[in-house]
Design a protein around this ligand. Structure first.
Ligand code: SF4
Length: 359
């Protein structure tokens, strides 16, 4: 059973954790955990976005609009600070707005600027430096992460990555019987649960593991945050199964690394540079296409579903070329552009149905 976000967050505060709201993208979770800060990621709060339209252009993505509206409507004392990673231009602007213009400035708002590709030799040293700057910023906020604590959380997070990888392996082998809706709760837990609570949820699920008898078409889902509830419910309705994923929300932040370094900052940097290709890190498109083709083949899927957010520049710039490369390689694709909070109508369902018939 995955704990609900707000009751969970309140319980952790009672236990002495401070809570930071984290805007979408990569950030070094282990440094925050080491400083006894629970990072709670803000991707899809169900809020009225009227506030955002007074402060942002219409062409800013729905995730950012929801995030700012949510932060403005937050009850006092629910979170203790905000971290804004430099994932895209929209988020960078949002960070400035939060910090300089809006009443929430009473909360500390920290920026995090990881390096963008193409990486050079200096990128590694630069990242180590910004990781230490973050640590120093947290110190100014009155909380400090010791090196040994960061190492402890690095080890815990390695187990979490392994658990999610195992989950997708089971899905590929038809051994995870749940519907996509239950899978979604488990995926979303990555954005706010402590590592031990994620691992506990996995432990409970593994007790109920049995072969999946409901074998509909297998889908590989990709996007920055393709987890609109309506989309997932439509997939359930059409009996399609998500068996592989490539989202910034989840696996694009999973490092592909087996060694460990004793220095926690070095380890964090190595992990960052070993994560899969993502347009928010400015990486090579050919590399991304090769990665997706290899993932699709190893999961034995015939189609990739791109669920994107309207006005998301980093993802939208990649897609036309990426889709034509995947199609040339024999993979069917469907691109569904969604506006968060607006729901999904019958036209989406029809397109999804037509796509699934090709798999
Ligand atoms: S959806 Fe795209 S534009 Fe919006 S915050 Fe994420 S990366 Fe930035």
């Amino acid at each position: 059973m995955i704990p609900q976000r707000i009751p969970y967050l309140l319980r952790k505060k009672e236990e002495g954790w401070k809570v930071f709201g984290i805007l979408p993208g990569y950030y070094p979770k282990e440094i925050l955990l080491g400083a006894e800060i629970l990072p709670v990621e803000i991707w899809d709060p169900r809020v009225d976005t009227a506030f955002a339209y007074r402060h942002l252009q219409h062409t800013v993505c729905g995730i950012v609009k929801r995030a700012i509206s949510f932060l403005m409507a937050l009850p006092k004392g629910l979170i203790d600070g905000i971290l804004v990673p430099h994932t895209c231009d929209s988020l960078q602007n949002l960070g400035t707005l939060i910090k300089d213009l809006l009443p929430v400035t009473s909360l500390p708002c920290i920026f995090f600027y990881p390096p963008k590709g193409p990486y050079r030799k200096s990128s590694f040293e630069y990242l180590k430096r910004v990781l230490k700057v973050l640590q120093r910023d947290l110190e100014a906020f009155g909380t400090q992460a010791e090196g040994s604590e960061i190492t402890r959380w690095l080890n815990e997070m390695a187990k979490v990555y392994q658990a999610y990888r195992k989950l997708f392996e089971l899905l590929t082998r038809d051994l995870f019987p749940s519907k996509n809706r239950a899978l979604l709760d488990l995926i979303k837990g990555f954005g706010y649960l402590l590592p031990n609570d994620i691992l506990e949820a996995f432990g409970e699920i593994s007790k109920e593991m049995s072969p999946n008898k409901d074998l509909g078409p297998k889908v590989f889902i990709s996007g920055i945050y393709p987890y609109e509830v309506e989309l997932i419910e439509m997939l359930d309705l059409l009996k399609a199964r998500i068996v592989a994923e490539d989202s910034l929300f989840l696996t694009r932040r999973f490092p592909n690394r087996t060694e460990t370094s004793e220095d926690p900052y070095e380890e964090l940097a190595y992990r960052y540079f070993s994560t899969p290709p993502c347009p928010t890190r400015g990486l090579d498109l050919g590399e991304r296409a090769d990665y997706l083709i290899q993932r699709a083949r190893s999961a034995d899927v015939k189609g990739v579903l791109f669920g994107t957010v309207k006005f998301c520049e980093p993802e939208s710039f990649d897609l036309p070329t990426l889709i034509s490369v995947l199609n040339r390689e024999g993979l069917n694709t469907l691109h569904l552009e969604m506006e968060p909070t607006k729901g999904m109508d019958m036209a989406y369902l029809t397109r999804l149905e037509a796509f699934l018939e090709t798999l």
